[in-house]
Design a protein around this ligand. Sequence first.
Ligand SMILES: [Zn+2]
Length: 346
Amino acid sequence: MSGFRDIYGHEKTIAHLKSAIVLDQVSHAYLISGDEGMGKKTLARAFAQTLQCENLQMAVRETGRPAADDPAWKRIDACGLCGSCKQAVSGNQADILTWPHEKPKLFSVDDARGLVEDIQIRPFSGRYKIYIVPDAQMMNAQAQNALLKTLEEPPEYAVLLLLTTNPDAMLETIRSRCVLLDLKPVEDALVRQYLTEQCDIPEYEADICEAFAQGNIGKAVSLAASEDFRETMGRAVRILTHIRDWDLEEISAEVKDLVPYKLRIDDLLDLFAVWYRDVLYFKATRELDGIIFREQTSAVRKAAQESSYEGIQTILDAIRKAKERLNANVSFELTIELLLLTMKEN
Ligand SMILES: [Zn+2]
């Protein structure tokens, strides 16, 4: 289908776009900002497909201007069945263009000029001609200036969807001519729903990826698919469930073993922190429901018995300090050894 209905979260932004459609006030330019993985492209594609849907005008006529909570809003969406929708889903809708940039890290003035030229050609069949521009943050000032005239006097059929991870990288003259849509993190429950419904991720892994992704579905999906992340997770669980029984020699051996993990150490430390927050949570509430390491409940329970509140807090502080030290380039082995000893003793 790939309309608004397939998007998880971003309800306010979607409501804004739908009411622009209903009121026939679709802007010529939108600046959609949000971190990598936040859903900018998905949203832009859904909006473009909806605008081009052959059944949209019928839906708009039939629903009129529904009140804010009217379920009729659901009808303001791509139908998924018409010729245009089918082409849009397969990436072959001639009036929906994703505009590339030639160089990997730069959207150059030539890329912008190409767009400016192309936009003068009338749409092939639909009412709109829509340009999705990923990586707008890579436009230098010349490229943005090349676009400016088009934004000032756009052809009536043109809709530009500029996607950016950094809206501040855009010139004020560009920003002021765009409708700004800033994508916010979605609720954890939605991240999790996406992982379990769309990616067949087992619940236990979905919990951990959700905790890590902080409302970013794209990040959650890439974590769930990442072998590195799974391996790090396995490693973290092994350390966390054994650390109190290890002697100094075993701890030193573990530290040496962790050296190849240097680049992924932040993930490992974050997993440690999630674990000790689980322990703290269980200790305080005796409830297993809110726990993220759900496959390790007996180990979490055991840790909650063995450690005092102060002890757990000391460990959480030590994890934070270890991160700071590593960022400040203090010796990796020394920092991790100190941390593991703190985890053993508290
Ligand atoms: Zn359609």
